[in-house]
Design a protein around this ligand. Structure first.
Ligand SMILES: [Zn+2]
Length: 305
């Protein structure tokens, strides 16, 4: 297998020792570097031209992509923060001048179940995590395993984002229920609320975030509620109003719009009105969405009284 093929299997960047362990030779690596299709990132590391800027920055800084940066490469919802989150080993040494040029298209983990078309996060200074144990627990050299990424995200992110990260990792099967149970059991009691809110049925990070908001406001919220004969409601609030949340990248085709309209009509036949909000409404104009929801809850409460 060529060095370029080996690198592709390892996510476009790897230690030379890893490539040699997997069948490459020092001579092949040197020849590929001489051809210009592979570059030496730093001592003991090589990367293809497809390696992206955030990967290169993590490796050059002496760490691996961790926390939400690692989750993004697994196709998991991973917060809005545009900082690279880098896991450093306790014995690691952070190098200065770590910003590296590289591809602006993020390399996904080769086994990611979903390709979200994410892009490298380098708009803000690096966020370093110093808890990653050194060792051989990571299957690739440049990224921590999902178990460690989720654990880091729970400590790093606020409640809404942390729950959404865990929900998404469970939903996509990147983290197993047993792994989450192991993480949750070891968390301090200050994380009890976070643990109680986890729900892997959530279909999107936005859905998880809004569910957490509503539950903290005292509402009863069910997720992914079947509409007989027509799919599922994202959220059902206080057993009587549906809330559909449209991420920007979805619901854009004419067919999807027809399905959404039909779902609204069919849901009303069961006495459940639906409020529909886009990402910009739910995140940037939450007060408007919540006032509309409260009003609809008031109206339906009067009607059934
Ligand atoms: Zn973090």
């Amino acid at each position: 297998m060529s060095i370029l093929e080996l690198l592709r299997q390892h996510g476009e960047i790897a230690r030379t020792s890893t490539l040699i362990q997997k069948g490459g030779t020092k001579r092949d690596i040197a020849a590929t570097v001489a051809q210009g299709s592979v570059v030496r990132v730093m001592k003991g590391w090589v990367a293809s031209r497809q390696a992206d800027a955030e990967q290169l920055t993590a490796v050059r800084s002496g760490g691996r992509l961790g926390c939400i940066s690692a989750l993004a490469r697994w196709g998991v919802w991973a917060a809005d923060d545009r900082s690279p989150h880098i896991a450093m080993s306790q014995h690691g040494r952070r190098l200065s001048d770590v910003r590296m040029a590289g591809s602006t298209e993020a390399v996904m983990h080769p086994r990611a179940p979903v390709d979200t078309g994410t892009r490298p996060r380098l708009d803000r200074p690096c966020c370093f995590h110093w808890s990653q144990p050194a060792g051989t627990e990571n299957d690739l050299d440049w990224i921590v395993r999902p178990f460690d990424a989720v654990k880091q995200a729970v400590y790093c992110q606020n409640l809404e984002h942390a729950v959404a990260c865990v929900d998404s990792a469970l939903h996509h099967g990147v983290l197993t229920a047993e792994e989450w149970a192991t993480i949750a059991t070891a968390l301090p009691t200050t994380f009890d609320e976070c643990v109680s809110l986890i729900d892997g049925r959530a279909d999107s990070g936005l859905e998880s975030r809004i569910r957490v908001r509503l539950q903290k406001l005292g509402h009863r919220v069910d997720v992914q509620v079947p509409v007989p004969g027509f799919g599922k409601l994202d959220l059902l609030v206080d057993d009587r109003v549906g809330l559909e949340l449209d991420g920007d990248r979805f619901h854009s085709t004419a067919d999807q719009r027809r399905r959404d309209l039909a779902k609204g009509l069919i849901s009303l036949r069961f006495g459940i009105p639906i409020i529909r909000a886009g990402y910009v409404h739910a995140i940037d104009d939450w007060d408007l969405v919540y006032e509309a929801l409260r009003r609809m809850l008031d109206l339906t409460a009067l009607r059934v009284a």
